[in-house]
Design a protein. Structure first.
Length: 235
């Protein structure tokens, strides 16, 4: 079995220290094998004035944000999957990185399909990663990727037990429940969705992080932020 947690952190722009503190407080509530943070949740995904360019927050993959996530993993004895606005030369990526309880980085995923306002981000070229935690095989895709992942990554989804799905969802009529349930049933895969929480700015689609089992049944859903939801999944 694998104990999973989704950490829903309220939207906040340009204050990574406060966001790390929010995540740490949620992690301290109970042990887990893996904790997932939402997409771009440490820097903010969009500013209160509508700015969407995150390049001012960019850093190398082993920069201060990675150090903060690694420390979080070590201090809480768990795997932490968190966002980094990654810079590599003149390219910028919307990245999720996985840190083991030792603090070592064990996987990285660069969002393959940046959403339309993410003109700053270079599309990732690598396949979905595969890594093992507590006897389960996990993989990752990010937010807008979900519209393409079934077609592009069939093999990776069928080979995994758990899909980690960090998001900064923006949708008036939230389709995540139906979309994730269908994806879970089609690929016999559990899904952990950590979505940005209601904060500043307020945007349709915030909240309602959820954990879905392989049958498409919702095991847990958030009702406020900050909030942590947990489930035990069987590989």
């Amino acid at each position: 079995m694998i104990r999973v947690a989704a950490l829903e952190i309220p939207a906040r722009w340009g204050d990574p220290r406060a966001q790390v503190a929010e995540a740490r407080a949620l992690l301290a509530r109970a042990p887990c094998d893996v904790a997932l943070l939402p997409e771009a949740s440490l820097t903010g995904y969009v500013s209160p004035r509508g700015a969407t360019d995150l390049r001012a927050f960019a850093e190398p993959i082993d920069g201060p944000t990675a150090e903060a996530l690694a420390a979080m993993a070590r201090d809480h004895g768990t795997h932490v999957v968190g966002p980094i606005v990654e810079r590599e030369g003149e390219r910028f990526f919307n990245t999720m990185a996985v840190f083991a309880p030792s603090g070592a980085r064990v996987a990285r995923y660069r969002k393959r399909h940046p959403w339309y306002p993410e003109a700053w981000a270079t599309p990732g070229e690598d396949a979905l990663p595969a890594f093992e935690i507590a006897g389960a095989t996990l993989t990752i895709c990010v937010c807008f990727d979900v519209h393409f992942v079934a077609r592009e990554s069939d093999h990776a989804l069928r080979a995994a037990d758990v899909l980690l799905f960090p998001s900064a969802w923006v949708e008036e009529d939230d389709s995540r429940a139906e979309r994730l349930s269908a994806l879970a049933r089609r690929f016999d895969i559990a899904i952990v969705n950590a979505n940005w929480g209601r904060g500043t700015p307020r945007v349709p689609g915030q909240g309602a992080s959820r954990i879905v089992d392989r049958t498409g049944t919702t095991l847990a859903i958030s009702t406020r932020a900050p909030e942590r939801i947990d489930a035990v999944l069987m590989p």
